[in-house]
Ligand binder design. Structure first.
Ligand code: SF4
Ligand code: SF4
Length: 64
């Protein structure tokens, strides 16, 4: 399957991923964050910088 990233519900809404994503793939709508997988280059920056460890791949989430 194709690897995609997802923002988990333990996100503390710090804005860091949105600010640092080089592809602008993370958007915020009404205080909720969405990761636009079509724009994401899987650079992993957001995964590394997230202070709440909230960004996981769909494989880590146990999706098939
Ligand atoms: S992996 Fe990289 S491109 Fe994808 S959402 Fe995170 S920071 Fe943006
Ligand atoms: S960096 Fe992590 S905690 Fe901060 S807004 Fe993004 S997903 Fe949420």
């Amino acid at each position: 399957m194709i690897t995609n990233l997802k923002i988990q519900s333990n996100c503390i809404k710090c804005d860091m991923c949105k600010i640092l994503c080089p592809e602008n793939a993370i958007i915020k709508v009404e205080n909720e964050y969405f990761l636009e997988t079509w724009a994401c280059s899987l650079c992993n920056i957001c995964v590394k910088i997230c202070p709440a460890d909230s960004i996981k791949s769909n494989k880590e989430c146990g999706e098939t």
